[in-house]
Design a protein around this ligand. Structure first.
Ligand code: GDP
Length: 456
């Protein structure tokens, strides 16, 4: 990796400052060509990690007044020489400085190339590198917390512990294979069986939490369903705390899905406000209704609305049938009006919790928030210093490793000759390594880093 890369590291647009970042052996020499420090002192290792004030010139033309930070290898993000030039945040300043770097021998960085170098040079493992992108993309309190957790290496540590345990078992198995060849008898495997059982349980536990992890990072897909006019759009507006969906008293106004990401108690809810589900002759509305049914079937959670001021009818029954087969919370809306709905009768028909609210008067919304947290996080969310699986790639590798381990265990129990069991054990070890980036193919790496922005 002898070339030096450069990119604009901040979002472009008008801003106070912007940063052009270089990494590679020649970064410092490249910048010296056009940066004139105010103190006129030579830039050497004495200026490591210090900000230098000065000016950028393109030949005789003054381009910008800047601060520059020089960072010498190996104690840098990429383990290479890094320079960060803090320019004024206008696009022309940034582009002119970027061009100067290119003219002086740097190459334009690809997406995520700085972090890819950090990974390839051993500064981060792959799951930590993925934590970096999650951190940049985090939009809610808990997605931020889980990303910083991953970047700090809590998942990596756990995976490395699992691998050590696997290696331990593997070395006994290998020893035993050689021993059998020499001595014509087998060593006892009781200890290996115990260790494998313990490890399988630990892996199951981590996997069991992966749903929580993914929800913390990506949010819960929520559909708001109910017949027309029960108050779906009004509830959405309440949660959004702004007028987003059209609220009218003419049935069937929400014709298409309204998608909205909101933060509720630190968790992201990806909300679909659906067209009212009912039999309809209107073609456009019919498409909307079909989409609603599909969306609710694919959601992690359905918020099922009923109008407490109207008696239950056939349309409600259809919705109950749909909601009973999915994860749902029932909401009795319009408690500010006279009650006509028979709650006891409804309770007999549904297999989900019911909460009373008034979307209009903003009552009961916090009960709903708590019900969601109870349902997905058993009442409270704990993340601190915890290994969490938040991404499907990690989940798949862990699942696959566990499958190999289970197969090894079954063979062992069935007295299959030990040299035949070994293959699965070895695969379990290798597959687990994919999480932290060992033996990973170039394609997968490119795919991961292509999700980054340029300059990270
Ligand atoms: P949607 O068709 O299910 O999306 O229902 P809307 O949100 O458009 O609401 C239909 C009508 O019910 C509107 O006139 C709302 O103002 C009214 N509404 C919604 N929630 C409440 C509530 O809690 N109490 C009362 N009294 N009216 C409500």
């Amino acid at each position: 990796m002898e070339n030096t890369i450069v990119a604009i590291a901040t979002a472009t647009g008008e801003s106070g400052i912007g940063i052009v970042r270089l990494s590679g052996e020649k970064s410092i020499d490249i910048v010296k060509n056009f940066f004139k420090p105010y103190d006129k002192k030579e830039i050497d290792e004495k200026s490591n990690r210090m900000m230098k004030y000065g000016h950028i010139y393109d030949k005789d033309e003054l381009i910008d007044e800047v601060m520059v930070c020089f960072m010498f290898a190996p104690h840098t993000y990429t383990r290479e020489n890094i320079v960060e030039i803090f320019t004024h945040g206008g696009i022309v300043c940034l582009k002119r400085v970027l061009n100067l770097c290119l003219e002086n021998g740097a190459d334009l960085a690809e997406k995520g190339e700085f972090t890819k170098r950090a990974f390839l040079n051993g500064r981060l493992d792959l799951s930590q590198a993925e934590g970096v992108i999650d951190l940049i993309k985090a939009k809610t309190e808990f997605s931020h917390k889980s990303a910083i957790n991953q970047l700090e290496g809590h998942l990596s540590k756990k995976i490395k512990e699992f691998r050590e345990e696997l290696l331990d078992i593997l070395s006994f198995v290998e020893y035993s294979i050689n021993f059998t060849e020499d001595m014509q008898e087998e060593l006892p495997f009781d200890n290996v069986i115990l260790k494998t059982e313990k490890l399988m349980a630990e892996m199951e536990e981590l996997l069991g939490e992966s749903n929580k992890g993914k929800i913390l990072k990506d949010g819960i897909n929520v559909s708001i369903i109910g017949k027309p006019n029960v108050g779906k759009s009004s509830l959405l507006n309440r949660i959004l705390r702004q007028e987003r969906a059209i609220v009218t008293d003419i049935a069937g106004t929400t014709r298409d899905l309204i998608k909205e990401d909101i933060e509720l108690s630190g968790i992201k809810l990806n909300i679909n406000d659906t067209a009212g589900i009912r039999d309809t002759a209107d073609v456009v509305e019919k498409i909307g209704v079909q989409k609603s049914i599909e969306a609710s079937e694919n959601s992690d959670l359905n918020l099922v609305l009923f109008d407490i001021s109207r008696e239950l009818d056939e349309e409600d029954e259809k919705i109950i049938n749909l909601a009973n087969t999915t994860k749902s919370i029932g909401i009795l809306n319009k408690v500010d009006l006279d009650k006509k709905l028979n709650e006891e009768k409804l309770k007999e028909k549904v297999n989900f919790e019911l909460i009373e609210i008034s979307a209009l008067k903003n009552e009961g919304i916090s009960k709903l928030e708590q019900a969601i947290i109870d349902m997905f996080f058993d009442g409270k969310i704990e993340i601190k210093d915890k290994a969490l699986i938040t991404n499907v790639r990690h989940e798949n590798s862990l699942k696959s490793s566990l499958e190999y381990l289970k197969s090894f265990y079954a063979d062992l129990k069935n007295m299959v000759p030990i040299d035949c069991c070994e293959v699965d054990l070895r695969r379990a070890y290798e597959v687990l390594g994919e999480i932290i980036g060992e033996n990973i193919s170039e394609n997968i790496l490119d795919n991961i880093f292509s999700n980054f922005c340029i300059g990270k």
